[in-house]
Ligand binder design. Structure first.
Ligand SMILES: [Zn+2]
Length: 149
């Protein structure tokens, strides 16, 4: 059995953005929509891992491998100029929303960890790779994406 899917990207070699995000299936489509519609990128290298980049904070082998691949593949082969750290609401890597006493606490934790991850990565990634950060939070109409300044 085989299945044919049209793909007109095969001869492209340049991609402006790399993303690290959680594997959580509930956020796959909305994360992609945020990246495409709000940030304006229809092409990006995707690093998906449970808990997004939370493990970077442990300063372990994951961090080392991640940095090595971002540089050798995304930056050097694909010409990526920006790296997006994307966290999400109710992340199982944090025990879910139920593990926080309030929405404010959950949000503050994500913001703090995003900034710490950025700081750790910035020390080892090339200076011309810009690191940007965002997270999603629950909203009556679905999800609200916040870009961290
Ligand atoms: Zn998650």
């Amino acid at each position: 059995m085989s299945f044919i899917v049209p793909n007109d990207n095969l001869n492209e070699h340049h991609c402006p953005l790399a993303v690290i995000k959680c594997i959580d299936f509930r956020f796959r489509k909305s994360d992609q929509e945020f990246i495409e519609e709000a940030l304006g990128y229809d092409k990006f290298d995707l690093f998906a891992w449970p808990g997004s980049g939370k493990e970077i904070l442990n300063d372990n082998g994951f961090k080392t491998s991640f940095i090595e691949k971002v540089v050798s593949v995304s930056k050097n082969l694909h010409g990526v100029e920006k790296l997006l750290l994307l966290w999400h609401w109710d992340c199982g890597g944090y025990g879910g929303s139920k593990n926080f006493s309030s929405a404010e606490e959950e949000e503050e934790t994500y913001k703090k960890d995003l900034l710490r991850a950025k700081e750790i990565l910035a020390k080892e990634l090339p200076d011309d790779l810009e690191i940007i950060m965002a997270y999603s939070r629950a909203h009556p109409q679905g999800l609200e994406y916040i870009i961290v300044e």
